[in-house]
Design a protein around this ligand. Structure first.
Ligand code: HEM
Length: 502
């Protein structure tokens, strides 16, 4: 009898699952896309696993239009008009369960700012962290970044002398990693000083964590055993590493409660979180304030290094841009408008530098998958199609940035002049700005974007003033891997010092 009942309930469960699946397949709007994708998520999983989803995604939208079906209830969107609706500040759609795999499973989806889905909890969390990352705090982090620029220049000088070749992306990640470490914990991990080495395999760990959670977010729960076999438990390494950094920072005996602590003096992220915890331990725990430190390590190294690499790589391939940048900086130096090292404030007054940075981030956004959001109760009409509640929709920054109706026929080319207000009318600049989503958009826009700007604005001018770069294999196409971050690979280069740095 028991066996009969168990069999019956197993059958009922299977029927229910099949029914739920068919409902997804038939209630979603029809849209072009691979046939298999309509029936199973397996197609998307395999496509993402292969590591070049953004290329396929761009091609599909270019040939088949604004809406592409990539799973039974998943759609990739390319429509500037949909940005506000999906991501905007008023009633933006919430993040999908895909993000919960970026959380500590012991805590659940509300573990960190990136993973949290509930909009109210997110708003409360973000409010508590916003000050740490605000533009007004940037000045206080500048000395930390400057130290890392100096350390990198020292290493690059040595590479000029030795004439050795090096991997551009790896060195720029060393810089990004050390800079965020110094801002967060008050000391460099030592990636730069260690000669461009992946200390304790951290870069590899972080990359694996991202691959793991990207694929798990699409396959949970059935994919878990396969992913554990392939990657092990990748978070363990990162947590241990961050723990060691935290202990070292703690050992500096910072008493956050001390009356002598001056809020107007520069503090690291770590010190700020300790101070917040001591002031209100309950709220700090509830809103995960101390997770900020680990969050910085996870979110702030691959992303910024990809953007930096894009700028340098594209400048190497466009010597006219490199020259124009040099001219701008040389003139500014000669007329004493910039100091050495350059200050963040000064970099904001160099229009061509800002155009080049913006274009570098546009042409190669660090994130290369759709930023998934869930259609809310009542459904939604997007790009002239009706989507039922619960459908996943998302815009991929790579797709958005290749949209020719927004960025012009040369959308796939690196052209910093497109951001020049004397060449492009204001309404067009606004249109491009609104569809530039390298840092995401709306309520969930990257909280670390000013930090990234600080790191980029401080480093690029110092490189332009001192060096020229050369690719060892200029004829080969840029190799990349997309696991959510689209990282450049095997970018072998050589560096030459200017005779007269300015
Ligand atoms: C060029 C560098 C960077 C790029 C291109 C970038 C890109 C992004 C994108 C696209 C998102 C939105 C993801 C989504 O909606 O699905 C995001 C969110 C986030 N980023 Fe960044 N990021 C960069 C640097 C940083 C840095 C340096 C930090 C930390 C110091 C950081 C911390 C975060 C956090 C915590 C979130 C979640 C924000 C929220 O949901 O409220 N990012 N980033």
């Amino acid at each position: 009898m028991l066996a009969y009942l168990l069999g019956l309930s197993a059958l009922a469960t299977v029927i229910l699952l099949v029914f739920r699946h068919l409902r997804k397949v038939y209630t979603g709007p029809s849209a072009p896309g691979p046939l298999l994708a309509k029936w199973s998520d397996l197609w998307l999983v395999c496509k993402v696993y292969r590591g070049s989803f953004e290329t396929w995604n761009i091609g599909q939208h270019a040939s088949a239009g604004k809406v592409i079906r990539v799973g039974p209830n998943k759609y990739s969107i390319d429509d500037p008009g949909a940005i506000k609706q999906i991501y905007g500040f008023h009633n933006a759609f919430k993040k999908t369960t895909w993000y919960s795999t970026a959380a500590d499973p012991k805590v659940g989806p509300n573990d960190n700012l990136f993973s949290v889905q509930d909009r109210q909890i997110h708003a409360a969390m973000r409010k508590r962290q916003a000050g740490f990352y605000a533009m007004s705090s940037i000045k206080s982090y500048e000395p930390s970044v400057e130290e890392c620029v100096t350390a990198l220049v020292k290493q690059f000088d040595a590479l000029c002398t030795s004439r050795l070749t090096f991997d551009l992306q790896v060195w720029l990640q060393c810089y990004a990693f050390d800079a965020i470490g110094q801002m967060t914990f008050g000391h460099r991990h030592g990636f730069i000083d260690g000669g461009g080495q992946d200390i304790e395999g951290m870069m590899g760990f972080i990359w694996n964590v991202q691959s793991f959670s990207t694929l798990l977010g699409l396959t949970f729960p059935w994919g878990l055993p396969f992913l554990l076999l392939k990657y092990g438990v990748p978070t363990a390494g990162v947590t241990a590493f961050v723990g060691r950094l935290r202990d070292r920072a703690q050992a500096k005996s910072f008493d956050a409660t001390s009356e002598d602590v001056d809020d107007n003096k520069p503090m690291t992220f770590f010190q700020k979180t300790v101070r917040a915890e001591q002031a209100d331990p309950e709220a700090s725990y509830k809103y995960r304030v101390s997770v900020v430190n680990q969050q910085n390590m996870m979110a702030g190294s691959d992303t910024t290094s990809i953007a930096l690499t894009s700028v340098i790589y594209n400048c190497i391939n466009h010597p006219n841009v490199w020259k124009k940048l040099k001219d701008e900086l040389r003139m500014a130096a000669e007329s004493e408008k910039i100091s050495s090292p350059i200050s963040f404030e000064e970099t904001q007054r160099l229009p061509y530098l800002q155009q080049v940075l913006k274009e570098g981030i546009r042409i190669h956004p660090s994130v290369g998958l759709p930023l998934w959001r869930e259609v809310p109760e009542g459904g939604a009409n997007i790009a002239d199609k009706s989507f039922p509640a619960g459908t996943w929709v998302g815009i991929n920054p790579w797709v958005a940035h290749r949209n020719k109706s927004v960025f012009g026929e040369d959308a796939a080319s690196f052209n910093p002049d497109r951001w020049d207000p004397t060449c492009t009318p204001k309404h067009k600049l606004d249109e491009m700005e609104a569809y530039s989503i390298a840092f995401g958009a709306g309520t969930r826009v990257c909280i670390g974007r000013h930090i990234a700007h600080l790191e980029m604005s401080k480093l690029i001018p110092e490189l332009v003033r001192r060096y020229d770069f050369e690719l060892i294999h200029p004829e080969t196409e840029l190799e990349t891997e997309n696991n959510f971050f689209v990282k450049q690979k095997h970018l072998e280069a050589r560096i030459y010092a200017h005779e007269n740095p300015f």
